[in-house]
Design a protein around this ligand. Sequence first.
Ligand code: PGA
Length: 255
Amino acid sequence: MTTRTTRPVIAGNWKMHHGPRATADFFAAFRNASEPRDDRTVVFFPPAISISGAVAAVQGRPDLLLGVQNIYWESKGAFTGEISAGMAAEAGVRFVLCGHSERRHVFGESNDDVGRKAAAAFAAGLTPVICVGETLDERRAGRLEEVLDAQIDAALEPLDADRAGAAFLAYEPVWAIGTGVNATPDDAAAAHAHLRARLRDRIAQLADQVPILYGGSVKPDNAADLLAADGVDGVLVGGASLDAAGFARIVAAGT
Ligand code: PGA
């Protein structure tokens, strides 16, 4: 059994799924399927257009937390299509994904951009969930640790130690995202151990309070094994978070 300093974090990244109507339907079903529990931190990342509906839908369930999938680092201005961290906080969310692999690979976000976004998140009172992970080519070339180091170093660079220690991390190998091929619990444990060691190099014992989530093809049937892997403090679930009953099973996994 893994040793954790935090409650397991079970997070659902809906990506570009579930508009306002489907969001209301999801939460109606999820609230029935999953009782409040104090041994888990449960966070949903709906599309920005669905956030106000999600905030309304989780009323009376303070155990269900919300985040946005992306922000821009400026606070306001002529940035068509973007939202700021302050706007997200005002809308009622507590978290923001920074540097998800689709942001990096589809939209060209750089390691430095991720750091700017993480800093903007903290400045607005949000907690960034900083996502890192290697491609299959990078893993095969033996570059796993080098790639993770570059990503984590750039993301933490603008943060002081207290803020770095208040961030969440998600290890999401690109080859495991949306492919149905999850990392094995051993692969996840090895990557998480490396990330924890890198964090300790940067921020000493504050590193131990940073939850490190695993993401990539987490399903109801493999969630318990992944959550039991050494150093895995939670899961970030994409496709399998869209179904209320299935996600409720993941929330309950490992108990
Ligand atoms: P997946 O996505 O669970 O569909 O593989 C995970 C993620 O992108 O966060």
